[in-house]
Write a protein that binds this ligand. Sequence first.
Ligand SMILES: [Zn+2]
Length: 157
Amino acid sequence: MSQTRQIAFQWIPAHCGIPGNEKADELAKLGAEGDQPMNHISYNEKTTTIKAAMRCQSNKDDYHYLDRKEQVTIFRLRTGHKWLNAHMFKLKLAASPKCSCGRDNQTAEHLLQQCPLLEQQRRAVWPHETGIQTKLHGAMEELQKTATCIDVAGLRL
Ligand SMILES: [Zn+2]
C-alpha cells in the first residue's frame, strides 16, 4: 500500500528588513555554538517576541510567492485591469462594461463571487463560502485558488 503526502515549502522571512541582520546572524551563530544557559523569559518578553514575529508576517504579501502567471492574474483582479470589461469600458476599449452573463458589470467581485458563468468553477475551487478579501488578498494557497478558478474558466487576456 502506498501513501502520498503533499509537502508545501514555504519561505519564512528571517529578518523582516531590520538593519544589522548580518551582524545579528553572526552573533546568533556564535551564540548557538556555545553552551546554552537556561533562559528564564518573562511573560512580557514572550508576548513582545511573538507580537514582533506576527508584525513581520503581516507585512508580507503571499502574492510575491506565486508563479508569474498567477501573479499576473491576481494583479489584474486586484487592480481591475486589462480584461475586466468594467475597466475596459472606462478606457473605451470595450463596448460594454457588462459581463458576458449579462447580469452585472464584469468586475473582480462579480467574477469571483456572483457570475453564474463561473459558478461551477467557483464551487470546485471553494466548496465553502469564501470572501472576496480572502480570494484577492489571502495566503498563497487562497491566491492560487483564485488564479486557478480564473484559469479553468478560460478567462485570459
Ligand atoms: Zn458574469
